[in-house]
Ligand binder design. Sequence first.
Ligand code: SAM
Length: 482
Amino acid sequence: MAKYNPLSLKAEEFINDEEICATLEYAEQNKNNVELIDQILQKARPRKEGNSTVCSGLTHREASVLLACEIPEKIEEIYKIAEEIKLAFYGNRIVIFAPLYLSNYCVNGCVYCPYHMKNKHIPRKKLSQEEVKAEVIALQDMGHKRLAIESGEDPVNSPIEYILDCIKTIYSVNHKNGAIRRVNVNIAATTVENYRKLRDAGIGTYILFQETYHKKSYLELHPTGPKHDYDYHTEAMDRAMEGGIDDVGLGVLFGLEMYKYEFAGLIMHAEHLEAVHGVGPHTISVPRVKRADDIDPTSFDNSISDETFAKITACIRLAVPYTGMIISTRESEEVRSKLLRLGISQVSGGSRTSVGGYTEKERPHDTEQFDVSDQRSLDEVVHWLMQNGHIPSFCTACYREGRTGDRFMSLCKTGQILNCCHPNALMTLCEYLVDYASDETKKTGFEMIESELKKIPNEKVRKIAEQNIEDIKNSNRRDFRF
Ligand code: SAM
């Protein structure tokens, strides 16, 4: 039988079923152990070390105890610490992105996804390069700078060469003052060689959701196609890192399996990446299964309440304090509002989950991957974020300045974010306001920029940021960054 070993490159050793089951048992036994819970909470709190604020994070066992805890005052404390960590490392900035669906051809049999091969009533569509260009112009005209490209898995219809062509096209489009400056990629697990090609194409984060860490369920939920191979899928991030991609994004599709099992697996995966590659995941996404063509989410009996969802988010925040967390428009405004306070650092806005959806006047449903709960426009999302005290950030500077992997983490850890990410957020928000925002959003935004500029601690940096913001307002000069 496989033994737990976070340093191993074998899926069954670093995501070890026996260790997950022992963790869940330990968590269950200690869920009311106030002394232990207090020790874990103390470890999770951000603390000052010299001029820096640091956080230890939690092991999968410790974090699982917090997730199992049912004592209301302790849960409140978990939420409070999650908020403190979020503010200490990410400030009040929220990075904005949009998904871009390239193709819904798929050879897999994922039972929760409408793109599954047996679904004969969904129209199959793949964007031509001209269509990619048109979608990108529509996204630039909304104000987007960062995309996550999405595609079904189909070696004939969307081979790696097609994905690479699309990335090239996306980066080549500059409509008016528009530019897509970071393309993140969410495509099926692939080879080291293909990951190297993606790295060379200048991608940001490679995102791949595990869907479920529970091997038996995984095999049932992915009955056919290349995605059926649990080990190949689970070991994908190691291949991506071997191929030179520093920033990888993990995720679980909550609702498929028992959330406590998924949570332990997710944190173990993060620990494994840190142990082997010296850098943990750049982001963790927390999608929940949604209604879609041919998919009824109630047919999965592990759906989680909004309350449990919030607790999971907060516990991830405590366990991996330096990892960005993403919530998509799968969730409603109400759920997103709550989770933003508990550690989320990136949201999508104005999203369409259909192939070619951005060039349509009305939201098309024919090729949609799932129902979008938050259907507001990007301008509405930007305005709403600011009204709730968050700075919408269109910044893409880090990977373009080579601050990926552990170099990004060290920026986070040394607290330099206020002198770097904060001014970058304000400068890119200013670009958005000048080029794309409604009058109401502009008014709120410029007021926010003025007060937030004062928070930049380094006087020299602050002066440069103020000057750049004046330049953005008065000229077509764009893309300033620290
Ligand atoms: N084909 C790639 C793969 O296999 O990883 C990309 C996946 S797909 C375009 C992006 C993600 O959407 C999937 O990883 C899955 O977690 C999620 N997804 C699929 N069906 C969904 C549904 N009904 N509700 C919510 N999310 C869903």
